[in-house]
Design a protein around this ligand. Structure first.
Ligand SMILES: Nc1nc2c(ncn2[C@@H]2O[C@H](COP(=O)(O)OP(=O)(O)O)[C@@H](O)[C@H]2O)c(=O)[nH]1
Ligand SMILES: Nc1ncnc2c1ncn2[C@@H]1O[C@H](COP(=O)(O)OP(=O)(O)O)[C@@H](O)[C@H]1O
Length: 189
């Protein structure tokens, strides 16, 4: 029987490919909705406010924290805030399931909050060298930002055993198929 509430989390070091996989999963499973996080980082050229993120000022983000609007939040890089809005999860999790693309510490917190109602998949790069190539190739970060993300990635890769399953994103199509099979099994369980 399908679950009453389904929360699916893709987590990974920056550059491992979780956003790419998340977009593919949402195309393949239109019943799932995306949890649009709030952030204080600037939008990238290909991002849309309200679709990829809710882009907020620091002031506005801190007001939301104080109002208790956030399920979880982290200052992930350079003091930038990222967080999951409770309002994104409340309805979407019951209505076909919700997909979150969040950092590793946030994923641990979501698992603690939702237990068996949450499936947390860790997307791993095939190697740290390939992760660096992808981060550099994406061209959205300065060299300093790439260095910061790689340093954090080493810590995050050490946490992969804490999650429900690990998907190695080497061949993208295979990683998408594997993710879909975990998602389908979870939603039907
Ligand atoms: N804890 C938490 N992390 C988030 C949230 N939204 C995004 N992140 C994470 O913040 C990190 C930086 O995201 P972003 O700037 O989009 O960079 P990218 O992951 O390298 O594309 C990534 O690990 C995201 O998964 C959120 O709502 N909560
Ligand atoms: N399997 C893959 N093989 C090669 N490049 C990939 C693969 N998956 C993603 N990429 C590329 O790697 C970069 C980082 O992917 P992205 O989805 O933005 O990562 P994340 O959201 O985890 O930071 C992007 O340029 C993306 O096109």
């Amino acid at each position: 029987m399908p679950k009453d509430r389904a929360i699916i989390v893709l987590t990974a070091p920056s550059g491992a490919g979780k956003t790419t996989i998340a977009h593919r999963v949402l195309e393949e499973r239109p019943g799932l909705s995306f949890s649009v996080s709030a952030t204080t980082r600037d939008a990238r050229p290909d991002e849309t406010d309200g679709e990829d993120y809710h882009f907020l000022s620091v002031d506005e983000f801190e007001k939301r924290i104080n109002r208790g609007d956030l399920l979880e939040y982290e200052q992930v890089y350079d003091g930038l805030y990222y967080g999951t809005l409770k309002s994104e999860i409340a309805e979407k999790s019951k209505d076909g399931g919700v997909l979150l693309d969040i950092d590793v510490k946030g994923a641990v917190n979501v698992k603690k909050a939702f237990g068996d109602d949450a499936l947390v998949l860790f997307v791993a790069p095939p190697s740290v060298e390939e992760l660096e190539r992808r981060l550099t190739g994406r061209g959205t970060e300065t060299d300093d930002a790439v260095t910061t993300r790689l340093a954090r990635a080493r810590m995050e890769l050490g946490m992969q055993d804490e999650f429900d399953a690990v998907v190695v994103n080497d061949d993208l199509d295979e990683a998408v198929e594997e993710t879909l099979s975990y998602v389908d099994r979870f939603i039907q369980s």
